[in-house]
Design a protein around this ligand. Structure first.
Ligand SMILES: CC(C)(COP(=O)(O)OP(=O)(O)OC[C@H]1O[C@@H](n2cnc3c(N)ncnc32)[C@H](O)[C@@H]1OP(=O)(O)O)[C@@H](O)C(=O)NCCC(=O)NCCS
Length: 270
C-alpha cells in the first residue's frame, strides 16, 4: 500500500533499483515525513526572534524533526559559548569534574573535527542549544569503538534533544563501522542513563560512576540514506536560519534608524 502511494506520486523514483527495495521504500516514507515536519517547523522561523522571553508552552516538546547538523571547525566559537554557559553542576555531569572556563576552552581547542564527529542543534537565534561529541577511539586495538558525550542547555531540556542527539550519533557510528558505543556518566545522572538504557545499552554501575555500552548493528542502506537525508535537511535548516536571522537583524537596524530620525524630528530646534 505504502509502496504504491510512493510510486503513484512519483516522489522519489527508486523503481529501477533492484537491491534492497523494501529498505529504500521505507526510507522514502521516513524521508517524506521528515520533509513535512521540516516545513511545519519552518513556520516558526517567521516569528521575530525577540518575540517572548522563551518558547510558548506548547512548543516545549521537540518537533517531529530536530535538525541536527554536523559541526565543523568554523563552529568552534559557538561550541565554546555553549559549553561555557553550562553551570558548575552541569560541567561536572558532562566532564566528570567541575571544569573551569580555561579547561573548557582547552577541550574545545583540542577537538579533532577530522577524527571525531560533533553534532549540534541550533535555535533560530543561531545559539547552539545542544551538542554531542562522538569521539572515536585512538587505541588501534579498539578501532571500532566510540564514546558519546552530550549537553543540552537548561532552557532546552526535557524536549527530547538529548535522546535525538544520541540516536543521531548511533546512526553515524554504525555508518562508520563502529560496533561498540560507550557512554560514561555519573550514576546520579538519571537523564543520561535513561537515554542510554532506553536505547538498549547495558549500564554497569561502579559506585558514583557508571559505564553504559551498546553493541551496534552493522550499517544498512537505510542508515546511510537516513543519515544523508538528515544531514542535508539540517544544513538547509541552518542556511535558512542564517538568512532569516540576517533579515530580522536588517529589519531591526532599519527600525532603529527610523526611530532615530523620528526622535530627531520631534526634538525642538535649538
Ligand atoms: C543529560 C542531558 C543531555 C539530557 O538532555 P535532555 O534533552 O533534557 O534529555 P531528553 O529530553 O532527551 O530526555 C531523555 C530522558 O531522560 C528523562 N529525563 C530528562 N531529565 C531528567 C531528570 N532531570 N531526571 C530524570 N529523568 C530525566 C526524560 O524524561 C527522558 O526520558 P523518557 O524518554 O522516558 O521521557 C541534559 O540533562 C544535560 O545536558 N545535562 C548536563 C550534561 C550531562 O549530564 N551530559 C551527559 C554526560 S555525557
Amino acid at each position: 500500500m505504502a509502496t504504491k502511494r510512493g510510486r503513484d506520486e512519483g516522489l522519489w523514483n527508486f523503481g529501477q533499483i533492484s537491491l534492497g527495495k523494501t529498505l529504500i521504500v521505507c526510507s522514502m516514507f521516513e524521508t517524506m515525513d521528515l520533509v513535512k515536519a521540516s516545513l511545519e517547523a519552518g513556520k516558526g522561523l517567521l516569528r521575530p526572534p525577540t518575540e517572548g522571553a522563551g518558547p510558548p508552552a506548547e512548543s516545549r516538546t521537540a518537533p517531529v524533526l530536530v535538525p541536527i547538523r554536523s559541526l565543523g571547525v568554523n563552529h568552534k566559537d559557538r561550541i565554546a559559548r555553549h559549553l561555557l554557559a553550562l553551570d558548575p553542576h552541569d560541567r561536572y555531569l558532562r566532564f566528570g569534574f567541575s571544569a573551569s572556563d580555561e579547561q573548557i576552552q582547552r577541550y574545545v581547542d583540542s577537538l579533532n573535527f577530522e577524527r571525531d564527529e560533533i553534532f549540534g542543534i541550533y535555535n533560530r537565534r543561531l545559539e547552539l542549544i545542544a551538542m554531542a561529541h562522538l569521539a572515536s577511539s585512538v587505541d588501534p586495538n579498539l578501532a571500532a569503538c566510540a564514546e558519546f558525550g552530550v549537553s543540552v542547555l537548561k532552557s532546552a531540556r526535557g524536549r527530547g534533544y538529548g535522546a535525538r542527539l544520541f540516536d543521531r550519533a548511533v546512526m553515524h557510528a554504525r555508518n562508520q563501522g563502529v560496533s561498540r558505543f560507550f557512554i560514561y556518566a555519573l550514576s546520579e545522572n538519571t537523564a543520561m542513563l535513561r537515554i542510554a538504557s532506553k536505547a538498549g545499552a547495558t549500564v554497569e554501575r561502579d559506585g558514583s560512576e557508571s559505564e553504559a555500552h551498546l553493541n551496534l548493528q552493522p550499517a544498512t542502506l537505510d542508515t546511510h540514506l537516513s543519515e544523508m537525508v538528515a544531514e542535508q535537511m539540517a544544513q538547509s535548516d541552518y542556511r535558512i536560519k542564517v538568512q532569516v536571522k540576517q533579515f530580522w537583524d536588517f529589519l531591526a537596524e532599519v527600525q532603529a534608524i527610523r526611530r532615530n530620525i523620528q526622535d530627531a524630528q520631534r526634538r525642538p530646534p535649538k
